[in-house]
Design a protein around this ligand. Structure first.
Ligand SMILES: [Mn+2]
Length: 347
């Protein structure tokens, strides 16, 4: 291929990385495939192109069976953030999230040198610790697509495991290029398809599921509340925010229902996932649902958020979910009095 004018953003990113001795890549708590793939991609760029050693510091847990399989199949190395000597890194990058987001724990007092993301920036602007290279493109479906375009432009050969991880990140954030998709996502997807490992991809997409998974699913399905086009669902006290997101994805497939609000309490944190096929942005739907409380983020058809409850008491949970339901019905313009469950009438 003939040398082309490299996107100035790629040049700028490479310039920034060239000045690094040791790079620390971070992402949001409980990293999802797009953030895992992006972290892997950025590490590859820094190490292969510029010989800059790096670590991936993660916080939270990897709960979803697909994501655990992804970590295995793609040999994703990560170290719990608290075990790292943060001061030994002179460069910090944040991918698939931004400083100031509630679900992102960054080392206090450190400036952030590189930010690569596709989420809507915080309303009051980026946090002051964002000091260096910032690439936030909200029209792009996955941060992995941004990362792939950097790798292609920098002429870095992408090995099979990294290609598989990047491709899976794009697949999950864009539902296989069917939502939140831009030409950049399409190009990245096409490029990675030829490089990824199909056996690994099959294993990642359909992993074995634990008994607890099916138990949580049963609880969730028992609590479904069906309005005309809106589905509400509570997992009650549950094991992970990922399970909340997973049930939201599943329920969006229910015939005739276009918007899903799904929530569950993990410890004392209430997690919420919103999915919509309407033109309304999921970000604004979750914002209206939480009505100024908690923290949230999202774009296009997907959004997620959380709010700290004062305890994990069932009554506090019920009270909070009643308030949520009121906010949601108001935001969606639903004035229906009767609501159905999957087994028939609720009330
Ligand atoms: Mn993402």
């Amino acid at each position: 291929m003939k040398a082309q004018a490299v996107d100035s953003r790629t040049q700028e990113l490479l310039r920034k990385l060239r000045g690094c001795k040791r790079l620390l890549v971070l992402t949001h708590v409980n990293p999802d495939p797009d953030s895992l793939g992006s972290a892997l991609g950025l590490r590859l760029l820094a190490e292969q192109k510029l010989g800059v050693p790096s670590s991936f510091g993660f916080s939270g847990q990897i709960m979803r069976a697909e994501n655990k399989e992804m970590v295995n199949c793609c040999s994703i190395e990560m170290t719990p953030q608290e075990e790292l000597d943060i001061d030994s890194y002179d460069c910090i990058a944040v991918v698939d999230t931004q400083p100031g987001f509630g679900h992102t724990h960054l080392p206090p007092g450190r400036s952030i040198d590189i930010i690569i993301d596709h989420h809507m920036p915080p309303e009051d602007g980026l946090a002051p610790e964002a000091k260096g290279f910032v690439d936030v493109r909200t029209f792009v479906g996955a941060t992995c697509s941004l990362m792939t375009s950097y790798l292609i432009e920098a002429g870095v050969e992408i090995p099979e495991d990294v290609a598989t991880a990047l491709l899976y990140g794009i697949k999950t954030d864009t539902a296989d290029l069917s939502r939140n998709v831009s030409p950049l996502d399409e190009r990245a997807y096409e490029h990675l398809s030829g490089l990824s490992n199909r056996q690994s991809m099959a294993k990642i997409t359909k992993p074995e599921l634990s008994l607890d998974h099916f138990k949580a699913l049963r609880t969730a399905l028992n609590s479904v509340r069906l309005y005309d086009e809106v589905v509400l669902c509570s997992l009650g006290k549950t094991t992970s925010p990922e399970m909340v997101a997973e049930v939201a994805d599943l329920l969006l497939r229910l015939e005739g229902r276009q918007t899903v609000f799904c929530g569950g309490l993990v410890g004392t944190t209430y997690h919420m996932s919103v999915r919509t096929e309407l033109d309304k942005d999921a970000y604004f739907l979750i914002k209206a649902a939480l009505d100024g409380e908690g923290s949230f983020g999202g774009h296009g058809s997907m959004a997620g958020g959380s709010k700290q409850l004062k305890d994990d008491d069932s009554r506090s949970l019920k009270r909070w979910e009643r308030r949520l339901e009121k906010n949601i019905l108001k935001a969606m313009g639903v004035d229906q009095v009767t609501v159905n469950g999957l087994g028939g009438d609720h009330e």
